[in-house]
Design a protein around this ligand. Structure first.
Ligand code: 16G
Ligand code: ZN
Length: 536
């Protein structure tokens, strides 16, 4: 069979359900039964991308993160472990929407011609999936696309999303001076465990940490990670809860980082215990939220992505200062419009660090963070990481220390560059980072929460006929369309103290989101309702 015949035959085995598909913020994500044909076509695109980029390995991750168990999703990972280049999202959309198997082959060939891709060049794609049962079928469709295009492929089976990102970068940097680590899942654990022990420096954490894994892939992977930390070096007791991956229906059910962040309360199971330090991962372990019930007041206190971001910026900023590198390295924080105003104020006024606001979606934050030597980025929902530039890594390793304190700071910074996942937000790695910082500062969650006080806020989802009429500007902080809408929002905001509000179209569902914050909870609620009521 010719290439074309193979592509057409494969596509006939994995038919597409006709409807309009779009490669969005999270790749293609929807009910799993719509995704088989989509995944086949994504496989074709991943093969093209590898051939375009000198046969480097491209990743494909099959997950629907915090969504319900019946959903699934598929997204592409670029060679350095970052998200698919934006320009290519259009090509993905074009391929997936091909009306017939034959049209698919035509579009595939046209893309190869337009992008000057040699279809005979070698190509490599590696992939993984979360614990959703539908992942099996989707992986089969993907593998068929890779066989049809004569692409080498490696199935890493069940992984967290950040583990796949790690593996893509490790594969492409193997044997080079920029090697990112051993090319295996175990290599990932070894790298993190070694860096964790190195940054902890023998410190012990007296309190237990309870980790809610949303009954997703994070549970088994976290337990696997802990086996790689030498027994005598485990600095704390970890209780892994909600780690049932055998009953698919409980995935993300009343648990996980998204539940905690949106409901602003602890999962009902296990029963919340006052004073217990807790954190939650999401279904594919790339988001992290901390919380506890303050034992003195019995009030639920949440430490979200903004808190992790400001904690990391403060700790790393101080280390860079002690390392004598403050004038050499540019440190900055990247947030979205959802960042609590109090966190932005704390970072700019107290930490004296610049903050840049970008549109929602990790790819935007990641890209801007790359402009700093130390770029801290987190979405309020707990997805984020810290990026170090080659200059920064070099400075940490090559600077000759003039004092024990400077040496200590340089060593810790160097270890942090290994502890923190440089490809994408990683809940396990971020959790270790938070633990290291709290241990170094000798803080409990109350100390952390006291750094600043969040402004009360409210997020509402608004059903609209067509979300696409709502267009934003200024990093989603203002509406440019429909005309006049923004003026009405401004009018409402003016009526409240310390208030801010914005409306934006969701990138993952057909709905609008309205965010409001104000001096008191009731004012934040009222402002959100009023802005949500502005319809065109
Ligand atoms: C996706 C994004 C997440 C963002 C969310 C916003 C990635 C990996 N994920 O889940 O970062 O917060 O979309 O959803 O970029 P929305 O547009 O529906 O509000
Ligand atoms: Zn996720």
């Amino acid at each position: 069979m010719s290439h074309n015949e193979q592509i057409i035959a494969g596509s006939a085995k994995h038919p597409i359900v006709p409807q309009h598909y779009r490669y969005g913020t999270a790749g293609f994500r929807m009910k799993a039964d719509l995704l088989e044909g989509v995944t086949y076509r994504v496989g074709l695109l991943a093969a093209l991308r590898s051939r375009k980029l000198n046969s480097q390995a491209i990743g494909v991750m099959i997950t629907a993160s915090h969504n319900p168990a019946i959903d699934n999703g598929v997204k592409i990972v670029d060679p350095m472990g970052d998200m698919l280049e934006q320009e290519w999202e259009r090509y993905a959309t074009a391929l997936v929407n091909a009306p017939s198997d034959k049209d698919l082959a035509k579009i595939y060939n046209a893309l190869a011609t337009d992008l000057k891709i040699d279809l005979e060049a070698p190509a490599k794609v590696i992939y993984g999936r979360d614990t959703r049962p539908s992942g099996h079928t989707l992986v089969t469709a993907l593998a068929d696309a890779l066989d049809a295009t004569n692409t080498e492929h490696v199935d890493y089976k069940i992984l967290t999303t950040p583990q796949l990102h790690y593996l893509v970068r490790a594969t492409n940097s193997e044997g080079t001076p920029a090697s990112y680590g051993e090319v295996s899942e175990v290599g990932y654990y070894k790298k993190l465990a070694e860096a964790f022990v190195r940054t902890m420096k023998g410190k012990r954490i007296p309190q237990v940490l309870q980790v809610d894994c949303a009954n997703g892939v994070g549970g088994p992977k976290l337990k696997e990670f802990l086996k790689h930390v030498p027994q005598d070096k485990v600095p704390f007791e970890v209780q892994v809860v909600n780690d049932d991956v055998l009953r698919p229906e409980v995935l993300n059910l009343d648990s996980g980082a998204d539940y905690v962040k949106t409901k602003q309360r602890a999962p009902p199971i296990p029963k919340p215990q006052p004073g217990l330090r807790c954190c939650s991962l999401d279904g594919d372990a790339d988001r992290l939220i901390y919380y506890w019930l303050d034992p003195e007041t019995n009030v639920f206190v949440m430490l979200d992505g903004d808190r992790i971001s400001s904690l990391a910026a403060s700790f790393i900023g101080d280390l860079v200062e002690s390392a004598g590198l403050r004038d050499e390295l540019r440190i900055g924080v990247v947030q979205t419009a959802y960042a609590n105003g109090a966190s932005t104020h704390y970072i700019t006024q107290h930490l004296k660090l610049p903050v840049i606001c970008t549109p929602t979606g990790v790819k935007h934050l990641h890209h801007v963070a790359q402009g700093f030597d130390v770029g801290v980025y987190f979405e309020a929902n707990g997805h984020g990481t810290v990026l170090f530039s080659p200059d920064a890594i070099n400075a940490f390793k090559k600077t000759t220390p003039q004092s024990p304190a400077q040496k200590e700071a340089l060593d810790t910074l160097a270890a942090l560059t290994d502890l923190i996942n440089q490809t994408v937000g990683d809940a396990i790695s971020d959790m270790l980072l938070v633990e290291v910082i709290l241990a170094h500062k000798n803080w409990n969650l109350r100390d952390w929460a006291l750094t600043y006080q969040d402004l009360p806020n409210r997020l509402v989802r608004v059903e609209v006929a067509n979300k696409d009429v709502f267009r934003t500007t200024d990093a989603e902080r203002r509406l440019s369309h429909p005309e006049g809408c923004q003026a009405e929002i401004d009018q409402e905001v003016k009526k409240f103290k310390d208030a801010r509000s914005f409306a934006r179209a969701s990138g993952t569902e057909n709905a609008m989101r309205v965010y409001a914050e104000a001096a008191t909870r009731s004012e934040a609620n009222e402002l959100a309702e009023r802005v949500a009521g502005i319809r065109r």
